[in-house]
Design a protein around this ligand. Structure first.
Ligand code: BG6
Length: 508
């Protein structure tokens, strides 16, 4: 028998999904990895589900001279494992424009291609420009698009999607935004944090606010601490050039990690509307206490992977990776303790950690409740009972678990911890939509809920900026940990000084 079953049939669930209006997606950086691995497969699935508007097209842009046919080949390869009907119709909606992003002729040509596509269809389309480019060229492309008046589209919408990283600190994020806002209103700008597109991350909102039993205990009176883990077993792969200038703080912490903190800790929004949710996220970020950096490792510990092994295979050290400085001080791991200074969370530590080349790939939020106030089983020799833990499993085994104590049958007194486990795949099957499917569709529909607003971005960088600056003055170097590790002593010390322990990554 199933451990957990949906109470209503799939058809009777309260589901809302909208088809996108007719629009064209213009992807800058179309021959890049993101387009092949994420964007095209996501578009393929949206097409299969009948969610792309009639007449949808994707115009790829890049320096390479691929031609429409070349780009269609890339698209065909990207969806080769997708058993969809009318594949040819889908592939025929792909077009390509090559050129030099710094040359105004490229934008004139782009304008021409777009109006040809409009005339071919006998109508105008909403347009989305998707920047999947090295961040250094964002300002040039944004300005050139604006100067070519490609930021205007008559009565139809025009939107701009910006991939992370959005700047490298508060000053550069502000500068990038100043450039963007010269040409686009905030309601046209879609800043991607792909974690927000993950089903399980969105489920944090449903879990908290579609149930009445959790919210009353979701506070300092009942919760002892919250642990958020984003562990990866992969290294930096072929992204050494980018990663060595970025590090875990900028790559994961300032965006994905803080987004999860906001969703798990924010106040209930008035509605599921974009602005209500985004306002609460921002209020939460405003309440985060600045990290204590005196002494340096009081609230923050950084690490970098050294040689080691993962799944029995040898793994090289970070400093041996291609395009990484041989004496690099870039962190591939960060652990932090943060506090939220408001009535709900005063005094509750949030322990956060993310790192590459750890023992296992796992992302989860573990909410540990306070231990029972009085152990009534002391006379029978039981002095302490483990705390209840509620775990939101973000990936790879998506689900929710509750650990609680129960009597085991048999002896008069026999207590043990049980895990009540809800697993997405068991209940809903394995084809959970990828985050990019949700995000692309929302952008086409014009729903900004899952995109990061500029005040959110600035607050997040504001928190991190102090770490970035202090690191320079303190000459702080990351601690080395062997690839494949669970943790390392300095990261353990961060939490152990509060009398707590990290959850064991290999057992999650
Ligand atoms: C990206 C980071 O934003 O997220 C990568 O740049 C990281 O370094 C990736 O590997 C992790 O995403 P996911 O969806 O695999 O958890």
């Amino acid at each position: 028998m199933e451990k957990i079953r949906p109470v209503v049939a799939k058809e009777q669930m309260l589901c809302v999904e909208s088809q996108a209006p007719a629009c064209g997606l213009v992807v800058f950086g179309a021959s890049g990895d993101l387009t092949k691995r994420k964007l095209i497969p996501a578009l393929g699935n949206l097409f299969k589900r009948g969610l792309l508007g009639n007449g949808f097209f994707c115009l790829g842009c890049g320096r390479k001279d691929l031609g429409d046919e070349g780009f269609r080949k890339i698209a065909a390869e990207a969806i080769k494992d997708n058993p969809m009907k009318q594949k040819d119709d889908f592939l025929n909606s792909f077009y390509y424009a090559s050129g030099d992003y710094s040359d105004e002729k490229f934008y004139a040509n782009l304008k021409k291609r777009l109006s040809e596509l409009d005339s071919k269809a006998g109508r105008n389309f909403g347009r989305i420009f998707y920047l999947s480019l090295p961040p250094a060229i964002y300002p040039d492309v944004i300005t050139n698009l604006g100067q070519a008046e490609l930021n205007k589209n008559g009565d139809d919408f025009i939107r701009l999607v910006v991939e992370k990283p959005f700047g490298k600190d508060l000053a550069s994020a502000t500068e990038l935004n100043d450039c963007l806002s010269k040409w686009y209103g905030e309601e046209q700008i879609y800043r991607i944090d792909h974690y927000l597109g993950k089903e399980t991350v969105q489920n944090i909102l449903m879990f908290r606010f579609a149930n009445s039993i959790f919210e009353p205990i979701w506070n300092r009176n009942y919760i002892d601490n919250v642990q958020i883990t984003i562990a990866e077993s992969i290294g930096i792969e072929s992204r050494g050039g980018y990663y060595d200038k970025s590090g875990a703080l900028r790559d994961m912490f300032v965006n994905h990690m803080l987004s999860m903190v906001s969703l798990v800790a924010m106040e209930p929004p008035a509605s599921f509307g974009a602005e209500h949710i985004r306002n609460e996220k921002v209020q939460l970020l405003q309440s985060i206490r600045p990290f204590s950096l005196e002494p340096w490792n009081e609230d923050i510990v950084m690490g970098q992977y050294a040689e080691g092994s993962i799944d029995g295979k040898k793994a090289i050290a970070y400093r041996q990776e291609a395009d990484v400085e041989k004496d690099s001080k870039t962190e591939t791991y960060i652990a932090a303790r943060l506090f939220v200074d408001n009535w709900r969370w005063q005094g509750v530590p949030f322990y956060l950690r993310t790192g590459k080349r750890l023992a296992k790939r796992v992302t989860e939020i573990a909410v540990t409740f306070k231990q029972v106030p009085h152990v009534m089983f002391r006379t029978a020799g039981i002095d302490e009972l483990p705390a209840n833990i509620l775990v939101m499993k973000i990936q790879p085994k998506e689900g929710i678990s509750l650990f609680f104590e129960a009597k085991r049958p048999g002896p008069k007194l026999c207590i043990g911890t049980l895990e009540m486990d809800f697993n997405y795949a068991e209940i809903f099957g394995t084809d959970t939509p990828d985050a990019y499917e949700r995000l692309l569709l929302d952008c086409m529909i014009g729903d900004q809920t899952l995109f990061t607003r500029i005040d959110d971005v600035k607050l997040a960088w504001g928190l991190i900026d102090k770490i970035l600056k202090n690191r320079q003055t303190q000459g702080a170097e990351p601690f080395l940990y062997p690839a494949g590790s669970e943790s390392f002593p300095q990261a353990d010390a961060l939490i152990q000084k509060d009398g707590r322990n990290w959850r064991k990554i290999s057992e999650l």
